[in-house]
Design a protein around this ligand. Structure first.
Ligand SMILES: Nc1ncnc2c1ncn2[C@@H]1O[C@H](COP(=O)(O)OP(=O)(O)OP(=O)(O)O)[C@@H](O)[C@H]1O
Ligand SMILES: [Mg+2]
Length: 483
């Protein structure tokens, strides 16, 4: 089963689309999750998603279906991610924020303000925690740099990976929020710093990918353990055809950067959904800041929802079709979200990976327990096994590969050194050998002279001199030759 819920949303036709194409649309609703898409070139295709929100859909419906279950799970310590994807002007920011983040019309409020309300409601109704805290961070990925929207001086945040907490943004500002009102004010101040520009496709086009991170921390009543989960919302910048959006100069550079990172995202989705085993595939998360930040969301360390936003207009049919195909592909990603707990994990390092036998036994026990206990208990046990180094953490596979590479490299370097040392020794031995041969030749020559001239008395002391010059063992093997 896929852990990514994929929905499609069609916004109403824009004034420009109505002016250019009248009221015609390229979709035909079949039911709440299936529709036929009509394209002049490619003909009719039928798409099925977890849910389809048509032009007259309400913001509340999108929240209730797509986001609420993720918010509820985040309060139960499961990481969650909600992503809006689609062509420029397709309604991503509208779905995320509404007409404005401080929108007072309850009907038009977007996902963000509803998520904020949902977090506080769920925390208050949950009776498990003694204490809780909610923190908010906001970054944008603009021209392949991660910028802190709460502190513009931090304009090149580094992305790091931590075994227990997953992907981390080093040194980002975290604002504590006590209630929904405070959260909205903080969101508004961050959004005001986001890069927005005007294009022919959208007068308020997002020129960056915006990432909203809610960190929920709770101290549980039953064991005073502290748990942290992350709820991440991502409003992507839209893909655009520059000839349509009229981009030039800086806007063109932005468009290229946006398209490049979206294509990296497409490659990651392709890698995650192609081949028989994801484990043996290389997933190119590191090809862009966007895919690196979304690594947890796509790689299984999060419960994830993707909202594919589209225009219903035939004039945008090729772009909508491409968005829908992206969504269809993403719906095939298979992974299961993992519960994260923020206890001091750094104190306990993983040892060497356990033997496969031990690993298999642990898995068998976990499967047995799964039948008897509820999911949360099993997840906790699994986490404990991983912490104790009993159970092999699949997330650390990449780290193991790196460690192996490291050992291999070190071995190669020491082998090269040994070869070099050997080469030096061989060279020295050759020189010694040459010196010996020269000496033999010299002795032979003077020996011949002696035979001729009868100077026998000088030969013996010369040979004895050679004996002291060379090792005895070598001389012993050499002696018969000189006789
Ligand atoms: N469901 C909707 N109902 C009413 N208006 C909508 C809806 N979706 C989008 N719009 C309007 O369409 C326009 C473009 O929407 P939006 O800014 O959300 O696009 P986007 O996908 O974020 O584009 P970009 O990638 O350029 O940022 C806005 O004027 C917005 O108000
Ligand atoms: Mg936008």
């Amino acid at each position: 089963m896929s852990n990514i819920a994929v929905c499609a949303r069609f916004r109403p036709l824009s004034t420009k689309e109505r002016r250019d194409d009248g009221d015609s649309i390229c979709i035909q609703c079949l039911d709440s999750d299936t529709f036929t898409f009509k394209d002049e070139k490619e003909g009719n295709s039928t798409f099925t998603f977890d849910r389809v929100f048509y032009e007259n859909s309400e913001q509340a419906q999108v929240y209730d279906f797509l986001a609420l279950p993720i918010v509820q799970d985040a309060v139960k310590y499961t990481n969650g991610t909600i992503i809006t994807y689609g062509q420029t002007g397709a309604g991503k920011t509208y779905s995320m924020e509404g007409p404005g983040i401080l929108e007072s019309d309850d009907q038009k409020k977007g996902l963000l303000p509803r998520v904020v309300d949902g977090i506080f409601e769920c925390i208050k109704s949950s009776k498990n925690a003694n204490k809780y805290s909610v923190k908010l961070s906001m970054v944008e990925i603009y021209m392949e740099r991660v910028r802190d929207l709460f502190d513009l001086a931090k304009d090149n945040i580094q992305i790091m990976e931590n075994k227990s907490q997953g992907i981390l943004l080093n040194g980002i500002t975290e604002v504590s929020i006590k209630d929904p009102g405070e959260a909205l004010q903080s969101l508004a101040s961050g959004i005001a710093n986001r890069a927005v520009g005007e294009t022919q496709m959208n007068i308020t086009s997002s020129r960056s990918h915006c990432v909203y991170i809610f960190t929920l921390q709770q101290e549980l009543k039953k064991d005073n353990r502290s748990r942290t989960s992350k709820l991440v919302l991502v409003d992507l910048a839209g893909s655009e055809k520059v000839e349509k959006s009229g981009a030039e100069g800086r806007v063109l550079e932005e468009a290229k950067s946006i398209n490049k990172s979206l294509s990296a995202l497409g490659n990651v989705i392709n890698a995650l959904t192609s081949g028989s085993s994801v484990k043996t595939n290389h997933i190119p998360y590191r090809d862009s800041k966007l895919t690196r930040i979304l690594q947890d969301a796509l790689g299984g360390n999060s419960r994830t929802a993707l909202l594919c936003c589209c225009s219903p207009s035939p004039s945008n049919a090729p772009e909508s079709l491409s968005t829908l195909r992206f969504g269809a592909r993403a719906s095939h990603i298979k992974a299961s979200p993992r519960v994260k707990c923020n206890e001091d994990k750094s104190a306990k390092k993983h040892g060497t990976p356990p033997s496969p036998d031990k690993d298999e036994s642990c898995e068998r026990i976990l499967n047995e327990l799964q039948k008897r206990l509820d999911e949360e208990d099993v997840n906790l046990l699994e986490e404990l096994f991983i912490l104790e180094g009993i159970f092999f953490d699949p997330n650390s596979e990449e780290e193991l590969e790196l460690a192996l590479e490291d050992v291999t490299l070190k071995t190669i370097v020491s082998l090269k050194q040994a070869v070099e040392e050997l080469a030096c020794e061989v060279k020295e031995l050759k020189n010694e050998n040459k010196a010996l041969k020269d000496e033999i030749t010299r002795v032979k020559v003077s020996d011949a002279k002696f035979v001729k001239t009868g100077e026998a008395s000088s030969v013996v002391p010369r040979i004895l001199g050679l004996c002291s010059f060379f090792s005895v063992s070598w001389f012993e093997s050499f002696l018969p030759l000189s006789r």
